[in-house]
Design a protein. Structure first.
Length: 165
């Protein structure tokens, strides 16, 4: 997939809506070779998905061994809106708490007092974190109105061929 095709998909209004959500599902291959899929908070910086995790997170050895990942961001309402992204995870170990982590977790409902307490807890717990940065190399938006899963698109084509025959 060409970069301009990825950009076009990610700039669609529904994609922008999905990229503003707070959770994605990160799929990767664990250190033992088995697949994993974990929900994780994220932020979109306009060109990359940024997630943050602890320096001792079980996902890190797998990501170091095989940085190829897939992300799913979707809605719960019917029909679902689904943004699928593939890319390569780059791991960036940082001292302290990344600004992205504070921003991505700032979307949860908290009173100002709860926010102060939460941030103090976070700062006392973590001496550093790992930023997982994914630059999309492939993207697909499925909204069930203008786009469908490829297998369903194929069934629609086959049905049209049968009707024309």
């Amino acid at each position: 997939m060409q970069p301009n095709e990825i950009t076009e998909i990610l700039n669609r209004p529904i994609s922008r809506e999905l990229l503003a959500r707070d959770l994605t599902r990160l799929a990767y291959v664990a250190k033992d070779g088995t697949p994993r899929n974990v929900p994780i908070a994220f932020t979109w910086n306009g060109s990359q998905i940024v997630m943050c995790t602890t320096k001792n997170a079980p996902k890190l050895p797998g990501l170091r061994k095989n940085p190829t990942v897939a992300l799913t961001i979707d809605t719960e309402a019917h029909p679902p809106k689904i943004l699928l992204i593939r890319g390569r995870a780059e791991l960036d170990v940082v001292d302290g708490i990344p600004d992205e982590y504070l921003r991505m977790n700032g979307t949860y409902e908290m009173t100002p007092e709860q926010r102060v307490h939460w941030e103090a807890e976070v700062r006392s717990l973590y001496d550093g974190m790992v930023r997982i940065v994914v630059t999309p190399t492939w993207a697909k938006l499925i909204d069930f109105e203008t786009t469908l899963p490829s297998a369903v698109e194929e069934l629609v084509r086959q049905r049209e061929e049968r009707r024309r025959a």
